[in-house]
Ligand binder design. Structure first.
Ligand code: 5GP
Length: 356
């Protein structure tokens, strides 16, 4: 047994220190980024925020709407081949030639990878593959990344999740372009409680970004953002992309059932390893495993466009506070201060709803 004594930090442990700036307005801030991918050499351009591949967030409806704002959607893995072809056919009819804002999520079992091959054969305009496992530390996962790279040399491969630099390097060398970082920070994740395993997300981003950038790779910070300020901190810490689940839950595009309780409306939201999800897709929780996700209800929030505007507005504002004219400059211009307080708690969410 060993103990690492340096303190690891989460979003709640820091704030971004303001800096003098020549920017006059948030409208001057560009959130668009262009990345050159490590393995394909091609470039990707867009706003590097991503909807998580959860079945009430990463839907086709979400992908269609977020693409209008240049945001990415990691579409969940439970759609059938026919549903994928119908989605892509609709995009073709609308004159779309490639879909850089849509990632196909997949597990790593043989039948998952066969389905991936079939989707890509029928829908070559899809560019992004998201190889997603809860624990990216297995040899089998590394082998799978190499196998998918060999089969799809021209696609952008996202692989995860991991939280340490050495595994980021291993997955990049095995064939991934972008590494997804986060174990345990998610809003409906119970991994830390069930297993005791995890890593504070801000430190994970700082360490993994350093490892990835050294090999010309990118990282996605996945999980743990509760507000636009956390998204700004994730980018400030060095994330190239930020993935959101809970912050994009409860919207029309997620397709979840809307529930009425005492005149207020809610949507069900659950982890992809929760009992709810396992019941839906695998007929229950297998004997040998525990569920590692929660099922919750979140306030129903209508169309996602308003939420997107809110998040992008917060991010632009963060950039102006530190004098970053574009998102790319945010990391360079970020100094975090260690804090023991965040927002003023005197009025709660309930008080806000109670006001006339
Ligand atoms: P959020 O933005 O809601 O904080 O985090 C979203 C992320 O939580 C997802 O992208 C995924 O990595 C993770 N996640 C989703 N469902 C589960 C689950 O059931 N268990 C665990 N451990 N993580 C989950």
């Amino acid at each position: 047994m060993r103990i690492e004594a340096d303190l690891k930090l989460g979003f709640k442990d820091v704030l971004i220190r303001p800096k003098r700036s020549t920017l006059h307005s948030r409208a001057q801030v560009s959130l668009e980024r262009t990345f050159r991918l490590r393995h394909t050499g091609q470039t990707w351009t867009g706003i590097p925020l991503m909807a998580a591949n959860m079945d009430t967030v990463g839907t086709f409806a979400m992908a269609t709407e977020l693409a209008r704002h240049q945001l990415v959607t990691a579409v969940h893995k439970h759609y059938a081949l026919e549903e994928w072809t119908a989605f892509v056919a609709a995009a073709r009819d609308a004159g779309v030639e490639s879909l850089p804002q849509v990632a196909i999520s997949t597990g790593i079992l043989d039948n998952d990878l066969d389905k991936l091959d079939q989707i890509l054969e029928r829908c070559p305009e899809l560019l992004l593959i998201c190889l997603d496992v809860a624990n990216g530390y297995s040899e089998q996962f590394v082998a799978c990344v190499s196998r998918v790279r060999a089969r799809h040399p021209d696609k952008i491969i996202i692989a995860g999740n991991v939280v340490t630099g050495e595994m980021v390097e291993e997955l990049l060398l095995a064939g991934a372009d972008i590494i997804k970082v986060g174990i345990g920070p998610g809003s409906v994740c119970t991994t830390r409680v069930k297993t005791g395993v995890g890593y504070p997300q801000l430190s994970a981003i700082i360490e993994c970004a350093d490892a990835a950038h050294g090999l010309s790779g990118q990282i996605i910070s996945d999980g743990g953002c509760t507000c636009a300020g956390d998204v700004a901190k994730a980018f400030g810490a060095g994330a190239d992309f930020v993935m959101l689940g809970g912050m994009l839950a409860g919207h029309d595009e997620g397709g979840g059932t809307v529930i009425e309780r005492e005149g207020r409306y809610f949507c069900e939201f659950y982890g992809m390893s929760s009992q709810t999800a396992m019941q839906k897709y695998s007929g229950g929780v297998a004997d040998y495993r525990a569920s590692e996700g929660k099922t919750v209800v979140v306030p129903y929030r209508g169309p996602v466009a308003e939420t997107v505007r809110d998040i992008l507005g917060g991010l632009r504002s963060a950039c102006t506070y530190v004098g970053a004219a574009c998102l790319k400059e945010l990391t360079k211009r970020t100094t975090f201060v260690r804090v023991t307080e965040q927002e003023n708690p005197v009025f709660t969410e309930r008080d806000r709803h109670a006001s006339p």
